[in-house]
Design a protein around this ligand. Structure first.
Ligand SMILES: Cc1cc2nc3c(=O)[nH]c(=O)nc-3n(C[C@H](O)[C@H](O)[C@H](O)COP(=O)(O)O)c2cc1C
Length: 205
């Protein structure tokens, strides 16, 4: 069993230099305790995609946890074949809308672009396999961040309808994006969507 206190220590009681966003604001210990006691099943069951966000900034410490969550995902061979671009530049956010089929909500308070980085995957398999692994690495990482965002009282929308080439150009990288995760405080809480019956989904053979 992991002691939740260890996670806290790992994330915030370390030297500030090891944080991406050195903590400037006071954080309420109560907040942390509640988050660490968040039941993962509740988070999964209550998550719902959201496309309407409040015009409200997300606290740095929440961003830190969302990014750290991505870093806990399993990756092929443990090589972490993905990169995350945290888009802070407002004009770049607007341009990303155009690279995502003009979906306006891409311009959200927190925009994370998950990219594949097959070069990091140092396994002796054909390149095609390494590319597949890096898609899976980037996708899982984004999924973990999405759940973490929900656990932090935020909502998100996963954007897969993207023009990969345009985004690579905007980010000035050779890496190929796999998804954009747009996160913010929801305008209103939406109920989770109904899903298929497990009986229809699971195929026992
Ligand atoms: C691979 C993938 C691609 C998606 N692409 C988009 C997208 O481009 N735009 C969008 O508004 N939603 C997108 N979504 C969000 C889905 O529409 C949403 O997850 C789905 O309707 C189920 O709703 P739920 O997340 O509330 O369960 C995508 C989701 C996934 C997993």
């Amino acid at each position: 069993m992991t002691n939740p206190q260890d996670i806290l220590n790992r994330m915030f009681h370390t030297q500030n230099s090891s944080l991406i966003y050195p903590k400037t604001e006071e954080t309420n210990t109560q907040d942390f305790t509640e988050i660490l006691q968040t039941n993962i099943f509740n988070v999964m069951l209550n998550r719902r995609s959201q496309r309407k966000f409040l015009d409200k900034n997300i606290e740095d410490w929440k961003i830190e946890i969302i990014l750290a969550a991505a870093d806990t995902a399993p990756t092929a061979g443990g090589f972490q074949g993905f990169e995350i671009y945290h888009i802070k530049n407002p004009s770049l956010k607007k341009q990303l809308v155009g690279a995502a089929n003009n979906q306006p909500y891409v311009n959200s308070p927190l925009v994370l672009v998950f990219c594949k980085n097959p070069k990091r995957v140092k396994l002796t398999f054909p390149e095609e396999i390494l590319r597949k692994f890096s898609i899976q690495d980037a996708t899982l990482a984004a999924g973990y961040s999405q759940l973490a965002a929900h656990a932090l009282g935020l909502s998100s929308i996963w954007i897969g309808m993207i023009d990969e080439e345009k985004i690579s150009q905007l980010l000035e990288t050779d890496l190929i994006p796999s998804s954009i995760l747009c996160i913010g405080y929801p305008e209103k809480i939406l109920l989770p969507k109904p899903k298929r019956n497990l009986k229809d989904l699971i195929h026992e053979i």
